[in-house]
Design a protein. Structure first.
Length: 334
């Protein structure tokens, strides 16, 4: 194994988080079977105290999992110089293809963890803890996901061999496969989808703030899922090329490097933050029928909507900056 501080930290954090969440899932299974808030028995009181403490611990553990996603990206880019043929995180991932699965699972876990933490905060504001069963049901789904991530993470880092010559983004996005197909998407139609989708998303956000009906908030959540796919495809197909001022360069990871002012970090944070808050608006709307949390949800939804709109706007500004303020153009590639 490569003895790099980031790798050691990631493996330790993965074991810690997976262990805590597996224990939390065990207590959650007990809570699902025995939870009865109307009971004043000694067992129910003990279960309430245990789940309250556990909820606090889970929030911190899942927060660490979210932070580890950033550390993972940074570490991938930081160790690329060890591998012959690697110029960015793409080469590091290609050095052991298991890394691509780690990346996918981490993105899924990122949203799961953020949703769980938010639902837990809402639940703790109500005296009857109405989301207890939902929280621990989700924890039962999250536990195997994080266990899978831990297993894949160990397989990936233990399988890295510095003597292996790897391929980098040039081979990945110019050859055959899904990545090359996305990179080869026609730029102009995708620009229309990207900017048009962003405008539709912002308009839906305004409607959700102005109208009392639930449909704009459900639509916002649906559009958030669609925008995630469109935005990631756009980064590969044309946004990255504008930032590199090179039409054949489509790598989404080089944006994380110092040569490009680490612009990838605020750009991706803005995108994933916008998608998360948009999803939460729709998820919370389905829970407003519960009287004890209707107030906290009603107060939080406008704030989440505004945050989602602002973050998506920031992502669009960062993405479009070189399109507006540089001489480079993809006009010949439309």
């Amino acid at each position: 194994m490569i003895l790099h501080p980031g790798i050691i930290a990631l493996l330790f954090a993965a074991l810690l988080v997976a262990g805590m969440v597996l224990y939390g899932a065990y207590i959650g299974a007990i809570a699902l079977a025995r939870w009865d808030l109307g009971s004043s028995s000694e067992g129910q009181l003990a279960l309430e105290r245990k789940t309250y403490l556990l909820s606090t611990l889970m929030s911190h553990a899942l927060g660490l999992e979210i932070l580890s996603a950033l550390v993972f990206l940074y570490t991938l880019d930081d160790i690329h110089a060890i591998f012959a043929g690697a110029m960015c995180a793409t080469g590091t991932l290609n050095a052991n293809p298991v890394g691509w699965w780690v990346l996918v699972v981490k993105i899924v876990a990122l949203f799961f963890c953020a949703v769980w933490i938010t639902l837990n905060r809402i639940d703790q504001r109500a005296e009857d803890y109405p989301l207890t069963r939902l929280k621990y049901g989700l924890l039962l789904l999250l536990a195997p996901l994080l266990a899978l991530e831990t297993w894949l993470l160990f397989r990936y880092f233990l399988g890295l061999d510095p003597s292996v010559i790897t391929s980098c983004c040039g081979a990945l996005f110019s050859g055959s496969g899904v990545a090359a197909e996305v990179a080869g998407l026609p730029a102009f139609p995708l620009m229309i989808a990207f900017f048009g989708g962003a405008a539709l998303y912002l308009a839906t956000g305004v409607l959700s703030l102005r109208l009392a009906q639930p449909w704009p908030r459900y639509l916002l959540a649906a559009l958030a899922v669609a925008m995630l796919g469109i935005a990631l495809a756009s980064v590969i197909a044309f946004i990255s090329s504008y930032h590199y001022a090179l039409p054949t360069h489509h790598c989404p990871f080089d944006l994380l490097q110092a040569d490009y002012h680490y612009i990838g970090y605020p750009m991706y944070l803005a995108l994933f933050g916008a998608i998360f808050y948009g999803l939460m608006v729709g998820i919370a709307e389905s829970l407003r029928r519960i009287a004890s949390i209707n107030g906290p949800i009603t107060a939080a939804q406008p704030r989440w909507t505004l945050l989602s709109m602002l973050l998506l706007g920031l992502f669009v500004i960062i993405a479009a900056w070189p399109m507006v303020f540089s001489d480079f153009t993809l006009e010949g590639y439309y």
